[in-house]
Design a protein around this ligand. Structure first.
Ligand code: EAX
Length: 326
């Protein structure tokens, strides 16, 4: 009888003194603005599972999806001031915080997923990650959003003449806006969280995003034409609030870096699956898909923008990415 309560008592006292499984699980939010069926969600789940295992249950990541904590600019600001713990975001707004990353947003800079991964995971990508702390941010790993494609409700787009005068939502990104203006479009910067409604109400004619985003955000419900323009590669990144990062021990920081890599790989895998299978699904949902896009003509038409970018970033720096060989 005497020892009947020893088990529970022991558990309670171990918990009080910070031992055993009851030891504080630290719950951290990982936020993004896509749906639970998206590549970011696949990454958040994979990172959460890996981190839980690696840390023996010490860190629990709780996913916040659908932009419920804000658009990508707000999420990024949230990590800066410490109101949001972790974020997966495209580079859309990132250049407004870390200007050096804008070079990655140049259209037709990357020609394949493999090239993009080699650049981002190699010394160029690493050097860019190291710029984040100067701007009050901490980046754990590059990951992916994918090659972007144009959708609209006005006409099938095959060549530059077809986009003249189209009012197209862009990310809050100066490089994208400059390129779109050069093509004769009317770029309208807007947070992704407002985009579905803007398309539905006709505030804008179109938008551009990777297949996985078009799919998971149900844009087929509000957009008629999909042109496989692949006009720009869209990287994404996993951020952690410096306030959280600086509180971690070196060993714990190592866990987060490793888990972010696992998350990043899961995102990339899903991006590829969606790119491979998604077009057929979007066609089934009623989109008219234009596969034969005159890429060379779009590249020619962008020449004045490319000249500006060469001046802004340095021709050599752009070529170092375009011609990168691991
Ligand atoms: O990061 O804003 C955008 O169009 C992004 O591609 C989307 O939010 C996923």
């Amino acid at each position: 009888m005497k020892f009947r309560f020893a088990g529970p008592l022991l558990a309670v006292s171990l918990a009080l003194f910070g031992f055993g499984p009851a030891q504080a699980e630290t719950e951290l939010t990982i936020a993004h603005n896509l749906s639970p069926s998206s590549h970011y969600s696949a990454g958040a789940k994979a990172m959460a599972a890996d981190l839980a295992e690696r840390s023996g249950g010490k860190f629990k990541l709780v996913e916040s999806y659908g932009g419920s904590l804000g658009g990508e600019r707000e999420l990024t600001e949230g990590t800066q001031i410490g109101t949001i713990d972790l974020v997966i975001t495209s580079t859309g707004p990132i250049g407004n915080f870390v200007p050096d990353t804008l070079i990655l947003d140049i259209p037709f800079l990357f020609s394949s997923y493999d090239q993009a991964h080699a650049v981002l995971d190699g010394p160029i990508g690493q050097a860019l990650l190291e710029k984040f702390p100067e701007h009050g941010l901490k980046a754990l790993a590059w990951t992916e959003n994918g090659f972007r494609n144009l959708t609209n409700n006005v006409r099938p787009v095959k060549e530059p003449a077809d986009v003249a005068g189209l009012k197209v939502r862009t990310m809050e990104n100066d490089i994208h806006m400059e390129a779109f203006r050069t093509l004769g479009m009317l770029p309208t910067p807007m947070a992704f969280t407002e985009l579905f409604t803007a398309l539905e109400q006709g505030t804008v004619d179109g938008q551009e995003n990777p297949i996985g985003v078009i799919l998971s955000a149900n844009f087929a419900d509000v957009q008629k034409y999909l042109s496989l323009t692949q006009h720009v590669y869209s990287p994404s990144i996993i951020l952690i609030a410096p306030a959280v990062w600086n509180d971690l021990s070196e060993e714990e920081q190592g866990w987060f870096l490793e888990s972010a890599k696992v998350g990043s790989e899961a995102v990339r895998k899903k991006v590829r699956e969606d790119a491979d299978n998604g077009v057929a699904i979007l066609r089934d949902k009623g989109m008219q898909v234009i596969e034969q896009v005159d890429t060379a003509a779009f590249q020619d038409a962008l020449k004045p923008a490319f000249d500006k970018f060469a001046e802004q970033f340095g021709k050599d720096n752009i070529e170092a990415i375009r011609d990168y060989k691991p």
